[in-house]
Design a protein around this ligand. Structure first.
Ligand code: PMV
Length: 315
């Protein structure tokens, strides 16, 4: 019989994500497509303590009770993981590491919460149910930015491209793999601020904003068909169109627009901002992996401090 006794320590890992289509519109019910970015990850190591929660991380080391406000999503994730997975845990020491840049629309906060959930489950020697994992990440995400759609909470633990529709996910199969370049603008963007700005604009101009949301939703649906039929050019033009929609929602910046322009000038099939915006990253679709290398060079020349290539949809 397999042992179910708690272990002496637990480890968890969760990765970054890219939103390919549907950011912001997803908050209002539109479909969205996200890709896991496994090379950037949050890792968590836990061990039981006699009492209390002790955090050890680059941002803060000390007792959870005295953690600064910006650590609140992390503290929430730890408490939610203990409550939902191992309620008899008297205390916990939690070491957090992450290679995911913060506030770049790459899902850093959700990934840390996912790694915490997995580490606590590993310590308790329990399989972590996907819905339990999702609920723990969502508790933390609500503290981080109000009313998250739930897209990030699925994407940071997904094994491949996902389609998110009405709160449910399904696996998205590409007819042909697609190679993307992600470029960091070097400027942080606050998701809660961006989501709040869009909400205020929608209250002030409901018809105009809802029109943009409908356009973003229809574009995401067309892009899904294009990915399923291997039409990379159509995926690229939907990315261009989605970027314009996000510009019209007011969540792009001159820096993001400059990177999008640089990617297009270097032959990208399409380019757009990714995630909440107001800073963060852009994503560009390359024609091939060698072309992705040239796009990375062009984006760095245009001022991106960091770039990554990501091939998605490989069998
Ligand atoms: O900026 P990120 O990576 O946290 O992405 C947020 C995505 C939004 O659609 C803007 C918000 C949400 O809850 O889905």
């Amino acid at each position: 019989m397999p042992s179910t006794a708690p272990r002496l320590t637990g480890d968890g890992r969760s990765h970054a994500k890219i939103i390919l289509f549907g950011e912001h519109a997803v908050v209002y019910g539109a479909p969205a497509v996200a890709l896991p970015m496994t090379r950037l990850a949050a890792t968590v190591h836990v061990r039981p303590e006699a009492s209390g929660i002790h955090i050890d991380s680059a941002l803060y080391s000390g007792e959870a009770e005295r953690a600064p406000d910006h650590l609140l999503p992390v503290v929430t994730a730890i408490r939610a993981a203990i409550r939902r997975i191992a309620p008899l845990t008297p205390g916990l020491w939690v070491r957090i590491g992450s290679s995911i840049p913060h506030e770049r629309g790459l899902g850093s906060s959700a990934a840390v919460a996912g790694a915490i959930a997995r580490a606590v489950a590993s310590l308790a020697n329990r399989d972590l149910d996907a819905q339990d994992c999702h609920r723990i990440i969502q508790e933390a995400e609500r503290v981080a930015h109000g009313a998250p759609s739930g897209l990030d909470a699925y994407a940071v633990v997904a094994d491949g491209p996902i389609l998110f529709r009405q709160g449910q996910i399904s696996t998205l199969t590409f007819a042909e793999p697609l190679t993307f370049v992600i470029a960091d603008s070097g400027i942080p963007g606050s998701t809660s601020e961006a989501v709040g700005d869009v909400r205020r604009r929608r209250n002030a101009e409901p018809e105009r904003i809802d029109g943009i949301m409908l356009d973003l939703a229809a574009g995401a649906e067309r892009a899904v068909t294009a990915m399923q039929t291997g039409d990379a050019r159509a995926v690229g033009s939907e990315m261009d169109r989605a970027h314009q929609g996000l510009v019209d929602l007011g969540v792009s910046t001159p820096g993001l627009n400059a990177l999008v322009d640089a990617a297009r000038a270097a032959g990208a099939l399409g380019a757009k901002l990714t995630g909440g915006g107001l800073g963060g990253c852009v994503i560009a679709l390359a024609e091939s992996e060698p072309h992705a290398e040239r796009l990375e060079t062009a984006l760095r020349h245009a001022g991106a401090p960091r770039t990554w290539t990501l091939t998605a949809g490989e069998a």
